[in-house]
Design a protein around this ligand. Structure first.
Ligand code: 5GP
Length: 196
């Protein structure tokens, strides 16, 4: 009768620099019962990033081995590096915990089309100017990488139409509340509460 069993799978995408990571950390620290999926990547860590907290930083060879062994639920190449969600991360859903995948629009599409699951949320920066400012202030990326990320941002923005929700990250506290509200509302859906 009451919501039990499976947790809810949330998929959150945003152009790099939209403030998605900060926002998600705030939501997860405030809301019990939801956690972030940690992806594997072949990209080098940025200053301050930690192994097993931000990503599992692995070599291309290790990534390809995992792909061959079918250990990713989805993977994609973004800005020349490989990123993937380990299949084992989804086990938390079986334990009734909600899970957030912080992945790009290619990965989101795979989850929607292949798993036929997921509540899809797009985080929008207030403007492309703010996005550029945030990308530059983050440090650790070359000018070439920043330009590639800005170009990719435009392509990512074209994809937001098929997401279920859009949160504009104008002000962090307001955006945190909006994102938390979406998670709470999804937990209250009749079909989820009244599970046969
Ligand atoms: P960044 O290098 O800035 O951390 O991430 C670059 C992009 O890769 C972001 O759009 C991020 O959401 C995406 N990304 C991170 N992990 C994954 C993943 O496991 N799968 C996919 N498809 N995209 C990911």
């Amino acid at each position: 009768m009451i919501r039990g069993g499976k947790g809810i799978l949330f998929v959150v995408s945003a152009p790099s620099g939209a403030g998605k990571t900060t926002l998600l950390r705030r939501v997860v620290s405030r809301l019990p019962g939801v956690s972030l999926s940690i992806s594997c990547t072949t990209r080098a860590p940025r200053p301050g990033e930690q192994e097993g907290v931000d990503y599992f930083f692995i070599s291309r060879a290790e990534f390809i081995d995992m792909m061959r062994e079918d250990r990713f639920i989805e993977w994609a190449q973004v800005h020349g590096d490989l990123y993937g969600t380990p299949r084992s991360n989804l086990e938390r859903l079986q334990q009734g915990e909600d899970l957030i995948l912080e992945i790009d629009t290619q990965g989101a599409r795979k989850i929607r089309e292949e798993l036929k699951d997921g509540v899809l949320i797009f985080i929008l920066p207030p403007s492309l100017e703010v996005l550029e400012e945030r990308l530059r202030s983050r440090g650790g990326d070359s000018e070439e990488a920043i330009q590639a990320r800005l170009q990719n941002a435009q392509k990512e923005l074209d994809q937001m139409t098929w997401y279920d929700y859009i949160v504009v990250n104008r002000e962090i506290e307001e955006a945190t509340k909006e994102l938390a509200s979406i998670i709470i509302a999804e937990r209250c859906r009749t079909a989820r509460v009244l599970k046969a």
